[in-house]
Write a protein that binds this ligand. Structure first.
Ligand code: NAD
Length: 475
């Protein structure tokens, strides 16, 4: 017997406020981008729910903020156990709501989120010594109630990195997931209840950006807003928060460069860059979407990139061997196709696009764009689809100039035969992260942007500090 549609566990219309699910009464449907079928819903909350959640978070802050680190670590560990117990459902929900291939959902969405939560348990277990400066004792104190507003591309990860760091710092949270991807956020909230976190420490208020998001940003009792999303919305949030001098942490867009120096292994570098540009179907803020290669090896690099792009398997995200699932929505697909079409009509060479227009699902195949100028729209604008542009450079100074010739500064890569040389170039890049020769992502290292990629840092100790206030006590 099939389960009645609205009885499916992914049909929700409630908000988590003060440790209890509160019926909101209105819901926003959730679509599976691979099947284009409705698979669930989330509450369409309003400002009144935000107000109740902030009041609960403020009340819970009293004891949560004063709790010894070791006790908070126990609570976070319980949350980790409870979230890990939901791993399979988190993976299924990520595949369903994002369209992420199951392998990517497991590794880059769910397992990494569990690891990050565990990293904050570890951080709290290490004794945090207050700092002495002369006759002053410098204390790090919880900043207060934190509003967490997250995007749809890595929904669980984005929420966990904010919530885990804020809770570890001794703050309480009011979280709002993206409208398109609320299902994993509900599972995180369920896990917080099952872990018996004190009521009001974690509140979840799903709903639209303009109603719920703005209500969080403008609420007088929210002390810090931690936002990940587009540069446009980030800048609006910063302007709104300025009215109350609220602290804001912004993780925004990117257009990161992968700089291949002449003595690098070109094939390895190009392959890794194509993979970075297309992971999560190109919907990754830190993706390396501009490949910079020495001019004399340009043609070779374009053909290597085209070959790698052609090897990637586009298809059903439920299959283990799928590399790229669909884009998140019909709208996102149209945006990507329009940007590529505009580049082509401006003279760029675009690898042949597989036509997915008749398919069910918002599919786009990986695209390599060459013969472009550094100022072209496709080179400057974040596409948020599986699109890589390849640019030639003449000298190293040239490479650095082109890499930095962007409004963004979130991530990047340098490839070289000599690591010290790569590091010297990495130092010249105006960006928050640089990976040398494909080095691994480090969940304890600070992540965040320069320029229009935002300000503030997430992950590890630096991520925790976003949610702390500093007090000097003279003795
Ligand atoms: P978005 O800015 O449209 O939405 C992000 C969140 O903000 C959503 O929850 C949305 O409901 C909410 N929101 C929208 N309008 C709001 C308002 N006026 N006030 C308060 N909240 C509001 O972004 P998106 O389309 O969901 O995500 C894609 C963008 O996010 C891309 O530009 C991408 O680069 C960026 N991103 C950045 C990072 C990073 O760490 N730097 C990570 C992931 C995504």
């Amino acid at each position: 017997m099939t389960e009645p549609r609205a009885a499916h566990r992914w049909y929700r219309d409630d908000a988590l406020i003060d440790g209890a699910w509160v019926k909101v009464g209105a819901a926003i449907p959730v679509e599976n981008p691979a099947t284009e079928q409705e698979i669930g819903s989330a509450a369409s909350s309003g400002p009144e729910h935000v107000d109740a959640a902030v009041t609960a978070a403020r009340a819970a802050f009293e004891s949560w903020s004063r709790m010894p680190d070791s006790e908070r670590a126990d609570h976070l560990q319980a949350l980790h156990i409870s979230l890990a117990a939901r791993r399979d459902e988190l993976v299924a929900a990520t595949v369903a709501e994002v369209g992420a291939p199951v392998r990517v959902a497991r590794e880059a969405h769910v397992d990494i989120s569990l690891d990050i939560l565990a990293s904050y348990v570890d951080l709290l277990r290490v004794e945090q010594l207050d700092e002495r400066i002369g006759n002053s004792l410098v204390l790090r104190e919880p900043a207060g109630v934190v509003g967490c507003i997250t995007p749809w591309n890595y929904p669980l990860y984005q929420l966990v990195i904010k919530v885990a760091a804020a809770l570890a710092a001794g703050c309480t949270v009011v979280a709002k997931p993206a409208e398109l991807t609320p299902l994993t956020a509900y599972l995180l909230a369920d896990a917080s209840l099952a872990a018996a976190l004190p009521a009001g420490v974690v509140n979840l208020v799903p709903g639209s950006g303009t109603r719920v998001g703005e209500a969080i940003v403008t609420h007088p009792d929210v002390d810090v807003v931690s936002f990940t999303g587009s540069t446009g919305v980030g800048s609006r949030i910063a302007a709104q928060a300025a009215a109350s001098l609220k602290r804001v942490c912004l993780e925004l867009g990117g257009k990161s460069a992968s700089v291949v120096l002449p003595d690098a292994d070109l094939e390895t570098a190009v392959r890794a860059t194509v993979d970075s540009a297309t992971v999560n179907t190109g919907q990754t803020c830190s993706a390396w979407t501009r490949l910079l290669v020495p001019a004399q090896r340009y043609d070779e690099a374009v053909s290597l990139a085209t070959k790698r792009a052609g090897e990637l398997v586009v298809g059903d995200p439920q299959h283990e061997d799928t590399d790229l699932g669909p884009l998140i929505s019909a709208r996102q697909r149209q945006t990507v196709l329009d940007l590529v079409a505009r580049a082509r009509s401006a003279g760029a060479v675009v690898t042949e696009l597989v036509d997915h227009s008749g398919d069910t699902g918002h599919y786009v195949s990986p695209v390599v764009v060459s013969e472009v100028a550094p100022g072209d729209q496709i080179v400057q604008q974040e596409v948020f689809g599986p699109v890589l542009v390849v640019l030639p450079y003449d000298t190293e100074d040239d490479a650095v100039r082109i890499a930095n010739d962007t409004d963004y500064g979130l991530a990047g890569a340098v490839w070289a035969g000599d690591e010290a040389h790569a590091l010297a170039v990495a130092r010249r890049l105006r960006t928050g992260q640089v990976d040398v020769n494909g080095a691994e992502f480090n969940i304890d290292a600070p992540f965040g942007g320069y320029k229009k990629s935002g300000y503030g840092r997430e992950l590890g100790r630096f991520g925790l500090e976003e949610f702390q206030q500093i007090k000097s006590v003279q003795l």
